[in-house]
Write a protein that binds this ligand. Structure first.
Ligand code: SF4
Ligand code: SF4
Length: 339
């Protein structure tokens, strides 16, 4: 498909159901809790107890929020369709267009696009535009819910109802809508800037936009004995290459590699559309083979000063964990990578 602008209205979801199956939790606002419970003929408190949870661990700001428990697949996914389509949570209704305006590459870097989603058929430099009014609605509803949680710290129908009713009024407040619009546009601009200039995010963004990511996926066959991934971000810490991984990848890699140093490592350099990449495969003595790739910025290349025959990679989890890997069997990996 040609690049350009893709709007929420133009996107034709393939109804593959992947996003509903792969989510572990789905963010809920008070608006969702009241509407879905009514649709199911349940009291909001009863619905909350059966289907929801409150946690601070699923959002990057560490805020406690309400979530639909969806581990192992959303309970409302039936025959690959949403069984509460008319009242589905506001975040689901906007999926995968959560930003007012962003490149598809930025959406990938920030982890909001599933690999299986049809949207990946568009070039990653496509500008993806969410529906402004519904994103403003979502933000206002999330803010109202945050305010409630900050005060009460749990869900209770009696105390929540006034906040729900106020949220419905807030949705009609044109002044608040204008302010929310400005804030969301600012967020979009900052996010895109981060992807273009921040050393961590730039590498991953370039991998998508340069087309290398698709090439990599085609070249690597993922099977039982292999685990392949791309970093969500890439950067240098002193002379150590740091790959920032999505949390699920981080856990998998850590499990696959353990703390061993006797793994076999192969690194292969590649130039794709004028950019340099390295594909690394790490094969632990007892464990799954791991294949990953990263992108070398010219200024990073100059600062790569590993000892010959050694590779040092610091895997960072998105949540701040770190796993240092040192292998001894990567002869000439750097010279191969930078030829
Ligand atoms: S509520 Fe519906 S749209 Fe949302 S994750 Fe569940 S099945 Fe999918
Ligand atoms: S992953 Fe994408 S294509 Fe599949 S159901 Fe979700 S939005 Fe639609």
């Amino acid at each position: 498909m040609a690049s350009g602008v893709l709007t929420y209205d133009d996107f034709r979801c393939s109804l593959c159901g992947t996003c509903c199956r792969k989510q572990k939790v789905v963010l809920l606002t008070l608006y969702d809790i009241f509407r879905i419970s009514e649709r199911l003929g349940m009291r909001p408190g009863e619905f909350f107890k059966k289907y929801c949870t409150i946690s601070a661990k699923f959002n990057s700001d560490g805020l406690k929020r309400f979530y639909l428990k969806a581990d192992g697949g959303c309970p409302f996914l039936k025959d690959n369709m949403c069984s509460i389509q008319d009242v589905k949570p506001v975040v689901c209704a906007r999926n995968p267009f959560y930003y007012m305006e962003a490149s598809l590459a930025a959406c990938k870097v920030f982890g909001i696009i599933e690999d299986e989603c049809r949207i990946n058929e568009y070039p990653y430099d496509t500008m993806v535009k969410g529906d402004n009014e519904s994103l403003i609605d979502m933000d206002i509803l999330v803010m109202a819910t945050d305010e409630y949680i900050a005060k009460y710290g749990r869900f209770d129908e009696k105390t929540a109802r006034p906040y729900y009713e106020k949220a419905l009024e807030d949705l009609k407040d044109t002044g608040l809508r204008a302010l929310t619009y400005t804030a969301l546009v600012g967020q979009s601009v900052r996010r895109e800037e981060q992807c273009r200039t921040d050393p961590y995010y730039k590498g991953a963004t370039n991998m998508y936009i340069g087309g290398f990511y698709n090439d990599f996926k085609k070249a690597v066959k993922i099977s039982n004995g292999t685990y392949a991934f791309e970093p969500s971000a890439l950067g240098m810490i002193d002379s150590v290459m740091a790959l920032v991984l999505f949390e699920k990848d981080y856990r998998e890699i850590k499990k696959a590699l353990g703390q061993q140093s006797g793994a076999t490592i192969h690194a292969r350099g590649s130039v794709f559309e004028g950019r340099e990449y390295v594909i690394v495969s790490v094969e632990p003595a007892n464990g799954k083979k791991v294949i990953f790739y990263y992108h070398i910025e010219p200024d990073e290349k100059a600062s790569l000063r590993h000892e010959p025959g050694e590779i040092l990679i610091d895997f960072k989890s998105e949540k701040g964990g770190s796993f240092f890997f040192k292998g001894k069997d990567a002869d000439q990996w750097l010279s191969q990578a930078t030829k």
